[in-house]
Write a protein that binds this ligand. Structure first.
Ligand code: BGC
Length: 397
């Protein structure tokens, strides 16, 4: 469609003018097609979806979940007839800002963005706002800018609660639902804490959910963070780096656990990559190698295949399963609503304040995966095949 190069072309209206958006697009499509006056004057309703390009910016391909997200969003949008410009930024902020600038220059009509640093996209969002290009914040909230129209994610606070609950369950303190068990250990049980990337808005939600859940047990002395490192900034892991997590765990073992000779019961980990770094450090210091053989309980997130395999093998204790297929489907629904000039359906309009405004959100539920429910939740649902879990071969899921 040559409408992309039409001078003065405008894209779909942002939130405030959503209703006008379909008309703008219809007019836009009409120009390129040289079609009837009713289309050109915007009376025919929404433009054909094939006239709409959606720019999809994803953070990195080093973690499987983002590859799965990117693929699923692209497939869903293409199935609905949209053109898709999907880009990965290698966890590099300048790469992502440049990719989004390029999408805008190339005439994207809607942007779907999973940011690397949620505070680093202001000039891109200003440009999108100026061009009336709606922005959907995908999984991670983009902060400090008013041009964020909608947020699709999982319930991030509940992810943290689920991670801490898995830890409590693994330590024999509660059942899988967080209900305290009779005859539970009174401790003290030593634990250590890891949080995610400080520039990712989700990381704080995960940590808050986890700490609110662990706090009563820390307060009554059942759990002891022996290093004393409990502040978010101290335990955060820039860019969710597996290597940085392994190094920090090694340092903790040296400084606080006699190099591996002292008891460590569990480690709160917010992401499977971090979990694997932590496990490598623990095994290297002589713990385990499996849970049965005394490896500390290590939690996780994302159900990455390498971690699902470790869970199946009795090494990593748990992960939080965020079904990227459902998030992608939700994002596609949001794009469809915006493209047809409607308000996307929100199920949370209070929680996600990005510093400038509360962004209407649609939040999905998560599930905790243990060795005993991999079959039911992961394999039977078709997320991974049994062969993938047994062989640990990733196929972009
Ligand atoms: C996502 C998590 C993911 C993490 C690291 C977060 O923003 O919500 O699912 O584990 O980024 O990629």
């Amino acid at each position: 469609m040559n409408h992309r190069h039409t001078p003065g072309r405008r894209a779909i209206g942002a939130a405030a003018v959503l209703a006008a958006g379909a008309l703008a697009l219809a007019g836009c499509a009409g120009e390129g097609a040289g079609s009837s006056s009713s289309a050109a004057s915007g009376q025919s309703g929404a433009a054909a979806s094939s006239d709409i390009t959606v720019g999809v910016a994803m953070p990195t391909q080093t973690s499987e979940r983002w590859i799965a997200d990117g693929n699923a969003v692209k497939e869903g949008l293409e199935a609905a007839g949209y053109k898709v410009d999907l880009q990965y930024a290698n966890d590099d902020i300048p790469t992502q800002t440049q990719q989004i600038d390029q999408m805008i220059t190339n005439g994207a009509d809607i942007l779907v963005i999973a940011s690397i640093d949620g505070t680093a996209l202001s000039s891109q969002l200003d440009a999108a706002g100026a061009a009336n290009i709606p922005v959907v914040s995908y999984d991670r909230l983009i902060r400090d800018n008013e041009n964020v129209d909608f947020y699709v994610s999982f319930d991030n606070y509940k992810v943290g609660v689920a991670q801490a609950t898995a830890l409590l369950y693994g330590l024999g303190l509660t059942d899988q639902d967080g209900k305290e068990l009779d005859g539970r250990p009174t401790g003290p049980l030593n634990i250590e804490l890891f949080a995610g990337s400080p520039d990712d808005n989700n990381a704080g939600f995960f940590f808050d959910g986890a700490m609110d859940t662990l706090k009563p047990y820390i307060d009554d002395g059942t759990l002891v963070v022996k290093s004393g490192q409990t502040a978010f900034d101290t335990v955060a892991t820039l860019r969710w780096s597996q290597e940085a997590a392994q190094k920090r765990m090694e340092d903790l073992l040296t400084s606080t656990y006699g190099g591996g000779s002292e008891d460590l019961a569990g480690v709160l980990s917010p992401f499977d990559g971090i979990s694997r770094g932590v496990i490598t450090a623990l095994q290297g210091a002589g713990y385990g190698p499996t849970l049965k053989e005394g490896l500390p309980v290590v939690t996780g997130q994302d159900a990455e295949i390498a971690s699902v395999k470790l869970i199946n093998d009795g090494v990593q204790q748990s992960t939080i399963f965020k079904d990227t297929r459902t998030l992608a489907t939700q994002a596609v629904e949001v794009v469809k609503a915006i493209a047809s000039g409607q308000e996307p359906e929100a199920n949370d309009t209070t929680t996600y304040d990005n510093g400038v405004k509360v962004v209407p959100s649609y939040l999905l539920e998560v599930e905790t995966i243990y060795a005993d429910n991999i079959q039911q939740k992961i394999i039977d649902s078709g997320y991974y095949t049994e062969d993938e879990v047994k062989a640990g071969v990733a196929e972009g899921k």
